[in-house]
Write a protein that binds this ligand. Structure first.
Ligand code: BES
Ligand code: MN
Ligand code: ZN
Length: 498
Protein backbone atom coordinates (compact mmCIF):
# COMPACT_ATOMS: atom_id res chain seq x y z
CA UNK A 1 0.00 0.00 0.00
CA UNK A 2 1.31 3.39 -1.00
CA UNK A 3 0.85 6.14 1.55
CA UNK A 4 1.05 9.80 0.54
CA UNK A 5 0.18 13.16 2.03
CA UNK A 6 -1.63 15.93 0.16
CA UNK A 7 -2.82 19.39 1.17
CA UNK A 8 -6.33 19.26 2.56
CA UNK A 9 -8.98 19.48 -0.15
CA UNK A 10 -12.22 17.67 -0.71
CA UNK A 11 -11.87 14.67 -3.05
CA UNK A 12 -14.83 13.89 -5.33
CA UNK A 13 -16.61 10.49 -5.22
CA UNK A 14 -14.05 9.22 -2.76
CA UNK A 15 -14.07 7.25 0.44
CA UNK A 16 -12.86 9.51 3.22
CA UNK A 17 -12.05 8.44 6.78
CA UNK A 18 -12.00 11.37 9.14
CA UNK A 19 -10.74 11.04 12.72
CA UNK A 20 -12.16 13.68 15.01
CA UNK A 21 -11.91 14.70 18.65
CA UNK A 22 -14.95 15.50 20.75
CA UNK A 23 -16.03 19.11 20.44
CA UNK A 24 -17.77 21.49 18.08
CA UNK A 25 -15.07 21.88 15.44
CA UNK A 26 -13.74 19.07 13.32
CA UNK A 27 -10.58 20.63 11.97
CA UNK A 28 -9.93 21.87 8.47
CA UNK A 29 -11.50 18.96 6.61
CA UNK A 30 -14.47 18.71 8.95
CA UNK A 31 -15.11 22.40 8.63
CA UNK A 32 -14.83 22.21 4.86
CA UNK A 33 -17.30 19.34 4.70
CA UNK A 34 -19.71 21.05 7.01
CA UNK A 35 -19.61 24.24 5.01
CA UNK A 36 -20.08 22.47 1.67
CA UNK A 37 -23.00 20.58 3.06
CA UNK A 38 -24.62 23.60 4.73
CA UNK A 39 -24.15 22.14 8.17
CA UNK A 40 -25.60 18.82 7.04
CA UNK A 41 -22.66 16.82 8.35
CA UNK A 42 -23.00 18.12 11.88
CA UNK A 43 -26.72 17.38 11.92
CA UNK A 44 -26.23 13.90 10.44
CA UNK A 45 -23.64 13.05 13.07
CA UNK A 46 -25.98 14.30 15.76
CA UNK A 47 -28.91 12.33 14.35
CA UNK A 48 -26.85 9.15 14.44
CA UNK A 49 -25.70 9.99 17.95
CA UNK A 50 -22.06 10.11 16.94
CA UNK A 51 -20.17 11.97 19.64
CA UNK A 52 -16.55 11.15 18.69
CA UNK A 53 -15.96 8.93 21.71
CA UNK A 54 -12.76 6.91 21.51
CA UNK A 55 -13.18 4.04 19.04
CA UNK A 56 -16.65 5.19 17.91
CA UNK A 57 -17.29 4.77 14.16
CA UNK A 58 -20.02 6.25 11.97
CA UNK A 59 -20.26 5.32 8.29
CA UNK A 60 -22.29 7.62 6.02
CA UNK A 61 -22.97 6.53 2.42
CA UNK A 62 -23.23 9.28 -0.22
CA UNK A 63 -23.94 11.98 2.36
CA UNK A 64 -25.87 14.89 0.81
CA UNK A 65 -23.87 17.83 -0.42
CA UNK A 66 -20.44 16.34 0.22
CA UNK A 67 -19.60 14.75 -3.15
CA UNK A 68 -18.26 11.73 -1.28
CA UNK A 69 -19.31 8.13 -1.88
CA UNK A 70 -18.49 7.22 1.67
CA UNK A 71 -17.59 9.17 4.75
CA UNK A 72 -16.37 7.31 7.82
CA UNK A 73 -16.05 9.25 11.05
CA UNK A 74 -13.68 7.82 13.68
CA UNK A 75 -13.90 9.07 17.26
CA UNK A 76 -10.67 10.05 19.01
CA UNK A 77 -12.25 10.96 22.36
CA UNK A 78 -11.57 14.18 24.21
CA UNK A 79 -8.71 16.32 22.99
CA UNK A 80 -7.18 16.47 26.48
CA UNK A 81 -6.92 12.66 26.61
CA UNK A 82 -5.26 12.36 23.21
CA UNK A 83 -2.07 10.29 23.12
CA UNK A 84 0.11 9.19 20.22
CA UNK A 85 -1.10 5.64 20.65
CA UNK A 86 -4.73 6.74 20.44
CA UNK A 87 -4.01 8.28 17.06
CA UNK A 88 -2.27 5.11 15.85
CA UNK A 89 -5.25 3.07 17.00
CA UNK A 90 -7.69 5.44 15.27
CA UNK A 91 -5.73 4.84 12.06
CA UNK A 92 -6.10 1.10 12.61
CA UNK A 93 -9.83 1.43 13.29
CA UNK A 94 -10.09 3.49 10.09
CA UNK A 95 -8.58 0.68 8.01
CA UNK A 96 -10.89 -1.86 9.64
CA UNK A 97 -13.94 0.35 8.95
CA UNK A 98 -13.63 0.61 5.17
CA UNK A 99 -14.38 -2.20 2.70
CA UNK A 100 -10.78 -2.45 1.53
CA UNK A 101 -11.39 -5.22 -0.98
CA UNK A 102 -13.92 -3.08 -2.85
CA UNK A 103 -11.82 0.06 -3.05
CA UNK A 104 -8.47 0.81 -4.57
CA UNK A 105 -7.91 4.11 -2.83
CA UNK A 106 -8.97 5.64 0.48
CA UNK A 107 -8.50 9.20 1.72
CA UNK A 108 -7.95 10.04 5.33
CA UNK A 109 -7.72 13.09 7.52
CA UNK A 110 -7.28 13.73 11.21
CA UNK A 111 -8.18 16.69 13.32
CA UNK A 112 -6.22 17.15 16.50
CA UNK A 113 -7.07 20.78 17.08
CA UNK A 114 -3.87 22.30 15.68
CA UNK A 115 -1.62 20.46 18.10
CA UNK A 116 1.34 18.95 16.22
CA UNK A 117 -0.87 18.23 13.23
CA UNK A 118 1.88 16.89 10.96
CA UNK A 119 2.92 14.27 13.51
CA UNK A 120 -0.71 13.30 14.05
CA UNK A 121 -1.25 12.73 10.30
CA UNK A 122 1.87 10.56 10.23
CA UNK A 123 0.80 8.48 13.26
CA UNK A 124 -2.69 8.09 11.79
CA UNK A 125 -1.15 6.77 8.57
CA UNK A 126 1.07 4.36 10.51
CA UNK A 127 -1.93 2.92 12.38
CA UNK A 128 -3.75 2.49 9.08
CA UNK A 129 -0.76 0.64 7.64
CA UNK A 130 -0.16 -1.52 10.75
CA UNK A 131 -3.76 -2.77 10.69
CA UNK A 132 -3.59 -3.56 6.97
CA UNK A 133 -1.06 -6.35 7.59
CA UNK A 134 -1.98 -9.71 6.07
CA UNK A 135 -0.28 -13.06 5.90
CA UNK A 136 -2.16 -14.73 3.05
CA UNK A 137 0.60 -16.16 0.88
CA UNK A 138 -0.48 -19.75 1.39
CA UNK A 139 -4.06 -19.37 0.14
CA UNK A 140 -4.27 -20.73 -3.39
CA UNK A 141 -7.92 -19.79 -3.70
CA UNK A 142 -8.56 -16.16 -2.95
CA UNK A 143 -10.83 -15.70 0.07
CA UNK A 144 -13.13 -13.13 -1.54
CA UNK A 145 -13.58 -11.00 1.55
CA UNK A 146 -9.84 -10.66 1.96
CA UNK A 147 -8.42 -9.75 -1.43
CA UNK A 148 -7.43 -7.63 -3.26
CA UNK A 149 -5.68 -5.33 -0.86
CA UNK A 150 -5.96 -1.56 -0.83
CA UNK A 151 -3.39 0.11 -3.08
CA UNK A 152 -3.39 3.69 -1.93
CA UNK A 153 -4.01 5.69 1.22
CA UNK A 154 -3.85 9.44 0.83
CA UNK A 155 -3.83 11.58 3.94
CA UNK A 156 -5.14 15.10 3.58
CA UNK A 157 -2.91 17.34 5.65
CA UNK A 158 -2.45 21.10 5.59
CA UNK A 159 1.28 20.72 5.90
CA UNK A 160 1.76 17.74 3.62
CA UNK A 161 5.54 18.07 3.35
CA UNK A 162 5.99 18.14 7.10
CA UNK A 163 3.65 15.18 7.51
CA UNK A 164 5.51 13.20 4.88
CA UNK A 165 8.81 13.91 6.64
CA UNK A 166 7.41 12.88 10.04
CA UNK A 167 6.00 9.74 8.47
CA UNK A 168 9.39 8.47 7.25
CA UNK A 169 10.25 7.28 10.75
CA UNK A 170 6.90 5.59 11.36
CA UNK A 171 7.14 3.89 8.00
CA UNK A 172 10.56 2.47 8.90
CA UNK A 173 9.15 1.15 12.16
CA UNK A 174 6.20 -0.42 10.31
CA UNK A 175 8.67 -2.11 7.98
CA UNK A 176 10.37 -3.69 11.02
CA UNK A 177 6.98 -4.68 12.43
CA UNK A 178 5.90 -6.32 9.17
CA UNK A 179 9.15 -8.24 8.83
CA UNK A 180 8.82 -9.52 12.41
CA UNK A 181 5.17 -10.50 11.84
CA UNK A 182 6.13 -12.36 8.65
CA UNK A 183 8.89 -14.31 10.38
CA UNK A 184 6.59 -15.25 13.27
CA UNK A 185 3.69 -16.20 10.98
CA UNK A 186 5.75 -18.54 8.79
CA UNK A 187 5.31 -22.19 9.71
CA UNK A 188 8.26 -24.10 11.15
CA UNK A 189 8.79 -26.16 8.00
CA UNK A 190 9.63 -22.92 6.21
CA UNK A 191 11.42 -20.95 8.92
CA UNK A 192 14.02 -23.11 10.64
CA UNK A 193 17.51 -22.05 11.81
CA UNK A 194 19.27 -22.11 8.41
CA UNK A 195 16.42 -20.55 6.39
CA UNK A 196 15.85 -17.99 9.14
CA UNK A 197 19.54 -17.02 9.12
CA UNK A 198 19.35 -16.63 5.33
CA UNK A 199 16.40 -14.22 5.72
CA UNK A 200 18.25 -12.17 8.31
CA UNK A 201 21.30 -12.01 6.04
CA UNK A 202 19.18 -9.84 3.71
CA UNK A 203 19.56 -7.03 6.26
CA UNK A 204 22.94 -6.47 4.60
CA UNK A 205 21.13 -4.36 2.00
CA UNK A 206 20.31 -1.91 4.82
CA UNK A 207 23.96 -1.55 5.77
CA UNK A 208 23.75 -4.04 8.64
CA UNK A 209 26.69 -6.39 9.05
CA UNK A 210 25.33 -9.90 9.53
CA UNK A 211 27.42 -12.72 11.01
CA UNK A 212 26.04 -16.25 10.95
CA UNK A 213 27.62 -18.72 13.37
CA UNK A 214 27.15 -22.42 12.61
CA UNK A 215 27.52 -25.50 14.80
CA UNK A 216 31.29 -25.62 14.35
CA UNK A 217 31.78 -22.08 15.60
CA UNK A 218 29.23 -22.49 18.39
CA UNK A 219 31.01 -25.63 19.56
CA UNK A 220 34.31 -23.78 19.52
CA UNK A 221 32.78 -20.97 21.56
CA UNK A 222 31.64 -23.56 24.09
CA UNK A 223 27.90 -22.96 23.76
CA UNK A 224 27.05 -26.39 25.16
CA UNK A 225 23.80 -25.16 26.62
CA UNK A 226 22.37 -23.68 23.41
CA UNK A 227 23.59 -26.66 21.38
CA UNK A 228 21.99 -29.23 23.69
CA UNK A 229 18.57 -27.84 22.75
CA UNK A 230 19.19 -28.29 19.02
CA UNK A 231 20.79 -31.72 19.17
CA UNK A 232 17.54 -33.67 18.88
CA UNK A 233 16.62 -31.95 15.63
CA UNK A 234 17.61 -32.64 12.03
CA UNK A 235 17.99 -28.87 11.69
CA UNK A 236 21.32 -27.48 12.86
CA UNK A 237 21.51 -24.51 15.19
CA UNK A 238 22.57 -21.02 14.15
CA UNK A 239 23.40 -17.85 16.04
CA UNK A 240 23.03 -14.68 14.03
CA UNK A 241 24.70 -11.43 15.06
CA UNK A 242 23.55 -8.17 13.48
CA UNK A 243 25.76 -5.11 13.76
CA UNK A 244 24.25 -1.74 12.97
CA UNK A 245 26.63 1.22 13.27
CA UNK A 246 24.67 4.44 12.93
CA UNK A 247 26.67 6.68 15.20
CA UNK A 248 30.39 6.77 14.43
CA UNK A 249 30.84 9.84 16.62
CA UNK A 250 29.15 8.43 19.70
CA UNK A 251 30.65 9.53 23.03
CA UNK A 252 29.93 6.07 24.36
CA UNK A 253 31.11 3.69 21.64
CA UNK A 254 29.53 0.63 23.22
CA UNK A 255 26.49 -0.68 21.34
CA UNK A 256 23.06 -1.21 22.80
CA UNK A 257 22.29 -4.93 22.60
CA UNK A 258 19.09 -6.78 21.88
CA UNK A 259 19.04 -10.54 22.36
CA UNK A 260 16.26 -12.87 21.25
CA UNK A 261 15.03 -16.41 21.78
CA UNK A 262 14.58 -18.03 18.39
CA UNK A 263 13.20 -21.50 18.99
CA UNK A 264 11.75 -22.09 15.52
CA UNK A 265 9.60 -24.88 16.93
CA UNK A 266 9.22 -26.04 20.50
CA UNK A 267 7.85 -29.57 20.88
CA UNK A 268 9.18 -29.62 24.44
CA UNK A 269 11.78 -32.20 23.41
CA UNK A 270 11.82 -35.42 25.45
CA UNK A 271 9.65 -33.58 28.03
CA UNK A 272 7.12 -33.53 25.19
CA UNK A 273 4.27 -31.03 25.19
CA UNK A 274 0.66 -32.23 24.83
CA UNK A 275 -0.76 -32.19 21.27
CA UNK A 276 -3.47 -29.58 21.91
CA UNK A 277 -2.17 -26.18 20.82
CA UNK A 278 1.32 -27.41 20.03
CA UNK A 279 1.05 -25.74 16.60
CA UNK A 280 1.32 -22.40 18.45
CA UNK A 281 4.93 -23.24 19.20
CA UNK A 282 5.96 -22.02 15.76
CA UNK A 283 5.89 -18.58 17.37
CA UNK A 284 8.47 -19.55 19.99
CA UNK A 285 10.93 -17.46 17.97
CA UNK A 286 8.98 -14.20 18.42
CA UNK A 287 11.64 -12.72 20.71
CA UNK A 288 14.25 -13.12 17.99
CA UNK A 289 11.87 -11.73 15.35
CA UNK A 290 11.37 -8.61 17.50
CA UNK A 291 15.16 -8.18 17.54
CA UNK A 292 15.36 -8.52 13.74
CA UNK A 293 12.45 -6.09 13.34
CA UNK A 294 14.04 -3.55 15.68
CA UNK A 295 17.39 -3.62 13.88
CA UNK A 296 15.49 -3.30 10.57
CA UNK A 297 13.57 -0.27 11.83
CA UNK A 298 16.70 1.43 13.17
CA UNK A 299 18.75 0.77 10.04
CA UNK A 300 15.93 1.79 7.70
CA UNK A 301 15.49 5.16 9.33
CA UNK A 302 19.25 5.52 9.78
CA UNK A 303 19.03 5.99 13.53
CA UNK A 304 22.07 7.61 15.15
CA UNK A 305 22.90 4.71 17.38
CA UNK A 306 25.21 1.72 17.49
CA UNK A 307 23.15 -1.40 18.04
CA UNK A 308 23.69 -5.13 17.93
CA UNK A 309 21.12 -7.88 17.66
CA UNK A 310 21.94 -11.42 18.74
CA UNK A 311 19.53 -14.27 18.09
CA UNK A 312 19.80 -17.96 18.90
CA UNK A 313 18.05 -20.19 16.38
CA UNK A 314 17.27 -23.80 17.31
CA UNK A 315 14.51 -26.34 16.93
CA UNK A 316 13.54 -28.28 20.06
CA UNK A 317 12.70 -31.84 19.00
CA UNK A 318 12.58 -35.28 20.65
CA UNK A 319 14.70 -37.97 19.02
CA UNK A 320 17.32 -40.61 19.77
CA UNK A 321 19.87 -37.83 19.82
CA UNK A 322 17.90 -35.44 21.99
CA UNK A 323 18.97 -34.20 25.40
CA UNK A 324 17.40 -36.20 28.24
CA UNK A 325 16.06 -34.96 31.56
CA UNK A 326 18.93 -35.35 34.02
CA UNK A 327 21.65 -34.62 31.46
CA UNK A 328 24.33 -32.15 32.54
CA UNK A 329 25.64 -29.61 30.03
CA UNK A 330 28.31 -26.94 30.15
CA UNK A 331 27.44 -23.38 29.15
CA UNK A 332 29.74 -20.89 27.44
CA UNK A 333 30.18 -19.15 30.80
CA UNK A 334 31.72 -22.35 32.17
CA UNK A 335 28.82 -22.93 34.54
CA UNK A 336 27.19 -26.36 34.41
CA UNK A 337 23.47 -26.99 34.12
CA UNK A 338 21.37 -30.01 35.01
CA UNK A 339 18.55 -30.24 32.47
CA UNK A 340 15.54 -31.22 34.57
CA UNK A 341 13.00 -30.41 31.89
CA UNK A 342 13.86 -30.26 28.20
CA UNK A 343 10.81 -28.01 27.68
CA UNK A 344 12.54 -25.26 29.67
CA UNK A 345 14.78 -24.76 26.63
CA UNK A 346 14.52 -21.02 26.05
CA UNK A 347 16.73 -20.22 29.03
CA UNK A 348 19.29 -22.77 27.82
CA UNK A 349 19.52 -20.86 24.54
CA UNK A 350 19.49 -17.39 26.04
CA UNK A 351 22.14 -18.00 28.70
CA UNK A 352 24.81 -18.65 26.06
CA UNK A 353 23.64 -15.68 23.99
CA UNK A 354 23.92 -13.42 27.04
CA UNK A 355 27.43 -14.66 27.79
CA UNK A 356 28.44 -14.14 24.16
CA UNK A 357 26.94 -10.65 23.97
CA UNK A 358 28.50 -9.53 27.22
CA UNK A 359 31.97 -10.94 26.51
CA UNK A 360 32.34 -10.36 22.79
CA UNK A 361 30.25 -7.26 22.13
CA UNK A 362 30.77 -5.30 25.37
CA UNK A 363 27.35 -3.62 25.30
CA UNK A 364 26.01 -0.58 27.12
CA UNK A 365 23.03 -2.65 28.18
CA UNK A 366 21.34 -5.88 27.16
CA UNK A 367 17.63 -6.36 26.67
CA UNK A 368 16.55 -9.89 25.88
CA UNK A 369 13.12 -10.89 24.61
CA UNK A 370 11.69 -14.38 24.86
CA UNK A 371 8.48 -16.35 24.81
CA UNK A 372 9.96 -17.95 27.90
CA UNK A 373 7.18 -19.22 30.15
CA UNK A 374 3.54 -20.24 30.09
CA UNK A 375 3.44 -18.94 33.66
CA UNK A 376 3.73 -15.33 32.50
CA UNK A 377 0.47 -15.78 30.57
CA UNK A 378 -1.20 -16.99 33.77
CA UNK A 379 0.14 -13.95 35.63
CA UNK A 380 -0.38 -11.14 33.11
CA UNK A 381 -2.55 -12.51 30.30
CA UNK A 382 -2.26 -10.66 27.01
CA UNK A 383 -1.99 -7.19 28.54
CA UNK A 384 1.58 -6.86 29.77
CA UNK A 385 4.88 -8.57 29.10
CA UNK A 386 6.90 -9.53 32.19
CA UNK A 387 9.87 -7.31 32.98
CA UNK A 388 12.80 -8.64 35.02
CA UNK A 389 15.87 -6.51 35.48
CA UNK A 390 18.98 -5.81 37.52
CA UNK A 391 18.72 -2.08 36.81
CA UNK A 392 16.10 0.45 37.93
CA UNK A 393 16.94 3.10 35.34
CA UNK A 394 16.62 0.77 32.37
CA UNK A 395 13.43 -0.63 33.90
CA UNK A 396 11.90 2.82 34.26
CA UNK A 397 12.78 3.69 30.68
CA UNK A 398 11.19 0.49 29.38
CA UNK A 399 8.07 0.82 31.52
CA UNK A 400 7.47 4.39 30.38
CA UNK A 401 8.15 3.77 26.70
CA UNK A 402 5.90 0.69 26.92
CA UNK A 403 3.01 2.86 28.02
CA UNK A 404 3.53 5.37 25.24
CA UNK A 405 3.56 2.79 22.42
CA UNK A 406 1.03 0.49 24.14
CA UNK A 407 3.50 -2.37 24.44
CA UNK A 408 3.09 -2.55 28.18
CA UNK A 409 5.33 -4.19 30.76
CA UNK A 410 4.98 -5.19 34.38
CA UNK A 411 8.03 -5.58 36.59
CA UNK A 412 8.58 -8.65 38.76
CA UNK A 413 10.88 -9.08 41.78
CA UNK A 414 14.24 -10.80 41.63
CA UNK A 415 15.95 -11.80 44.87
CA UNK A 416 18.57 -14.11 46.31
CA UNK A 417 15.89 -16.27 47.87
CA UNK A 418 14.41 -17.00 44.48
CA UNK A 419 17.90 -17.60 43.12
CA UNK A 420 18.56 -20.33 45.71
CA UNK A 421 15.82 -22.47 44.20
CA UNK A 422 18.07 -22.99 41.16
CA UNK A 423 20.67 -24.99 43.04
CA UNK A 424 21.11 -28.53 41.77
CA UNK A 425 22.42 -31.65 43.53
CA UNK A 426 24.76 -32.48 40.67
CA UNK A 427 25.63 -29.27 38.80
CA UNK A 428 25.91 -25.50 39.34
CA UNK A 429 22.20 -25.05 38.65
CA UNK A 430 19.15 -26.78 37.21
CA UNK A 431 17.02 -25.37 34.41
CA UNK A 432 13.68 -26.11 36.09
CA UNK A 433 12.30 -27.30 39.37
CA UNK A 434 9.81 -30.03 40.16
CA UNK A 435 8.69 -28.10 43.25
CA UNK A 436 5.92 -25.50 43.02
CA UNK A 437 8.03 -22.50 42.03
CA UNK A 438 7.01 -19.21 40.44
CA UNK A 439 7.83 -20.24 36.87
CA UNK A 440 8.52 -16.87 35.27
CA UNK A 441 10.71 -15.60 38.10
CA UNK A 442 12.57 -18.90 38.10
CA UNK A 443 13.35 -18.47 34.39
CA UNK A 444 14.54 -14.91 34.96
CA UNK A 445 16.74 -15.89 37.92
CA UNK A 446 18.30 -18.55 35.74
CA UNK A 447 19.24 -15.94 33.12
CA UNK A 448 20.53 -13.57 35.79
CA UNK A 449 23.20 -16.13 36.71
CA UNK A 450 24.82 -15.38 33.36
CA UNK A 451 24.72 -11.60 33.56
CA UNK A 452 27.54 -9.49 34.96
CA UNK A 453 25.98 -7.32 37.70
CA UNK A 454 27.67 -4.27 36.20
CA UNK A 455 25.88 -4.65 32.87
CA UNK A 456 22.37 -3.17 32.90
CA UNK A 457 20.10 -6.00 31.76
CA UNK A 458 16.41 -6.55 31.26
CA UNK A 459 14.58 -9.73 30.36
CA UNK A 460 11.16 -9.37 28.72
CA UNK A 461 8.98 -12.48 28.93
CA UNK A 462 6.66 -11.97 25.97
CA UNK A 463 4.90 -15.37 25.86
CA UNK A 464 1.50 -13.70 26.29
CA UNK A 465 2.15 -10.83 23.88
CA UNK A 466 3.67 -12.37 20.77
CA UNK A 467 0.41 -13.59 19.27
CA UNK A 468 -3.14 -12.26 19.42
CA UNK A 469 -6.21 -14.44 18.94
CA UNK A 470 -8.40 -11.42 18.18
CA UNK A 471 -8.02 -8.29 16.10
CA UNK A 472 -6.48 -5.35 17.95
CA UNK A 473 -6.86 -1.73 16.76
CA UNK A 474 -3.41 -1.61 15.15
CA UNK A 475 -2.86 -5.33 14.62
CA UNK A 476 -4.99 -7.98 12.94
CA UNK A 477 -5.17 -11.33 14.75
CA UNK A 478 -1.95 -13.32 14.54
CA UNK A 479 1.64 -12.27 15.08
CA UNK A 480 1.94 -8.90 16.86
CA UNK A 481 5.68 -8.12 16.53
CA UNK A 482 5.53 -7.04 20.18
CA UNK A 483 8.82 -5.39 21.11
CA UNK A 484 9.72 -3.69 17.82
CA UNK A 485 7.91 -0.43 18.53
CA UNK A 486 9.00 -0.61 22.18
CA UNK A 487 12.72 -1.00 21.48
CA UNK A 488 12.78 1.45 18.57
CA UNK A 489 11.24 4.03 20.85
CA UNK A 490 13.57 3.14 23.73
CA UNK A 491 16.50 3.94 21.44
CA UNK A 492 14.89 7.10 20.02
CA UNK A 493 14.11 8.55 23.44
CA UNK A 494 17.13 7.55 25.47
CA UNK A 495 20.09 6.34 23.42
CA UNK A 496 20.10 8.11 20.10
CA UNK A 497 22.81 10.62 19.18
CA UNK A 498 24.57 10.09 22.53
N1 BES B 1 7.92 -21.78 24.71
C1 BES B 1 7.45 -22.16 25.99
C2 BES B 1 6.66 -21.05 26.68
C3 BES B 1 5.41 -20.57 25.99
C4 BES B 1 4.17 -20.97 26.44
C5 BES B 1 5.46 -19.66 24.97
C6 BES B 1 3.03 -20.48 25.86
C7 BES B 1 4.32 -19.18 24.36
C8 BES B 1 3.10 -19.59 24.82
C9 BES B 1 8.64 -22.52 26.87
O1 BES B 1 9.74 -23.02 26.24
C10 BES B 1 8.17 -23.55 27.82
O2 BES B 1 7.81 -24.61 27.38
N2 BES B 1 8.19 -23.25 29.12
C11 BES B 1 7.79 -24.16 30.12
C12 BES B 1 8.79 -24.10 31.23
C13 BES B 1 8.63 -25.20 32.27
C14 BES B 1 8.90 -26.54 31.65
C15 BES B 1 9.58 -24.92 33.41
C16 BES B 1 6.42 -23.73 30.62
O3 BES B 1 6.15 -22.54 30.69
O4 BES B 1 5.61 -24.60 30.88
MN1 MN C 1 9.60 -25.12 25.96
ZN1 ZN D 1 9.96 -22.53 24.27
Amino acid sequence: MKITFLPARLPANACLVLAVTQGPEWGAVGKLLNKKSDGHLASLAKKHQFSAKKGEVLTLLSPTGMSLDRLVLIGLGAEKDLTEQRIVEAGGTALASVPVSKLSEVYGAIDVGGKDAANASALFAQGFLLRSYRFDKYFTKTPKDKLPALKKFTVLADNAKKSQAAYARFDAVAKGVFLARNLVSEPANVIYPASYAAEVSKLKTLGVKVEVLGVKELTKLGMGSLLCVAQGSEKDARVVVMHYKGNAKAKDKRPVAFVGKGVTFDTGGISLKPAGGMEDMKYDMAGSAAVVGTITALATRKAKVNAVGVIGLVENMPSGKATRPGDVVKSMSGQTIEVINTDAEGRLVLCDLLTYTQEKLKPRFMVNLATLTGAIVMALGNEHAGLFSNNDELSQQLLKVGLSVEEKLWRFPMTEAYDRQLNSDIADMKNASNERVPGSIYGAQFLARFVDKKVPWAHLDIAGMAWTKRDLPACPKGATAYGVRLLERLVAEHYEGK
